[in-house]
Design a protein around this ligand. Structure first.
Ligand code: NAP
Ligand code: PAF
Length: 315
């Protein structure tokens, strides 16, 4: 089918058993993951906030990387009546994770794995505290996803996804990465997921505040006016990571940052977009997390501190 044409062949996924995957939140990344999971033949349901009940759309309009658009019917539920859940993928922004999960405390059967895919850090520990009888898994993904309208989603970039255990109980759930890989093309399990989370945090600490404050695309960070700031951000993040006992050098972090700057040169970062649209940014879970760790270890992080304050003032 030529690119952009709609496939009116509605795909339904009604199952008497709990769906393989329940996604909590269906924004840009949730909509794209739900679509890819459904397309791979895995039964999928999304749980939405109550306020969406009155505005239900008959289907999810999904455009894949090759430009092919399809209308998918994916089961939808609401937090007040979550139904049976086999495994839960939390697809909200960092600051929304705990509020979104709170109504499920005491209602999610013990042992159901909870997978977190937000950017930033520090949230998983709060989830473990509130769900002590659940495997909690952290994920890092570099897929690109966009929402351009009411249940209209586009997969904008193929990336890597890694999952790994946050608590002991999660170690038995490595198979989840294999099942996600069937939908995403690739997904891996890494027992040291914390290292990958920190590497992603370094990229977000470097790219997000600078692009949001200077109102530039990611690619512009390769210009000389940002060289010193990027180097200093990476030195500060590496200092804190080393205090956490993680093997890293500031040169390696900077190399990773510059690689992402190049690969996403034409993109506006999520923080830039959040600021432009007047939405809350993820600064707390990104630079805010770094600052909290730096304080814990008595490490000075003046450049990150300055960026944090500047974003908080403008937000
Ligand atoms: P988003 O478009 O804002 O989606 C978040 C979704 O969570 C919204 O649809 C929101 O629903 C929903 N939500 C919030 N609170 C909820 C609650 N209490 N119950 C149920 N649903 C709730 O954000 P996103 O771009 O998908 O990003 C999600 C996370 O993935 C972020 O941490 C982001 O940094 C990370 N990430 C995104 C991308 C990407 O390309 N987009 C790539 C990698 C990582 P409402 O409509 O009700 O507000
Ligand atoms: O938050 C974002 O925008 C993305 O994580 C990244 C990697 C910085 C690219 O824009």
């Amino acid at each position: 089918m030529p690119s952009g044409l709609r496939d009116n062949n509605l795909k339904t996924s009604r199952h008497p058993l709990p769906p393989q995957w329940t996604l909590l939140g269906c924004g840009a990344l949730g909509g794209v993951f739900a679509s890819l999971l459904a397309q791979s033949g895995q039964s999928t349901r999304v749980l939405l906030r109550e306020r969406h009940r009155a505005t239900l759309h008959p289907g999810i309009d999904f455009t894949s990387l090759d430009g092919h658009t399809q209308l998918l019917t994916i089961e939808r539920g609401f937090i007040s009546q979550p139904g049976a859940i086999k495994r839960l993928l939390v697809m909200t922004k960092a600051s929304q994770v705990v509020p979104a999960l709170t109504p499920l405390i005491g209602r999610l059967p013990a042992g159901v794995p909870i997978v977190l895919l937000h950017n930033g850090m520090g949230i998983a520990e709060q989830v473990v505290q509130r769900f002590p009888h659940h495997p909690v898994i952290a994920g890092v993904t570099s897929h690109g996803a966009m929402q351009s309208g009411h249940f209209v989603f586009r997969h904008t970039g193929k990336g890597e996804t890694w999952l790994g255990p946050v608590n002991e109980a999660a170690k038995a759930h490595a198979y989840l990465a294999d099942e996600l890989a069937r939908a995403l093309g690739q997904a891996g399990w890494d027992e040291q997921i914390r290292v990958r989370q920190w590497q992603k945090l370094a990229i977000n600490c470097a790219i997000n505040p600078l692009t949001a404050l200077y109102k530039v695309k990611n690619g512009e960070l390769s210009g000389t006016r940002f060289t010193d700031a990027l180097q200093q951000i990476c030195v500060e993040v590496a200092d804190v990571m080393q205090a956490e006992g993680l093997p890293v050098s500031n040169e390696d972090l900077l190399r990773r940052v510059m690689m992402v700057v190049e690969l996403t040169a034409d993109n506006y970062s999520s923080m830039y977009q959040d600021m432009e649209l007047g939405r809350e940014t993820e600064i707390e879970a990104i630079t805010g997390f770094l600052l909290a760790k730096a304080t814990q270890y008595g490490i000075a992080v003046p450049v990150n501190q300055g960026l944090y304050q500047a974003i908080k003032e403008k937000q």
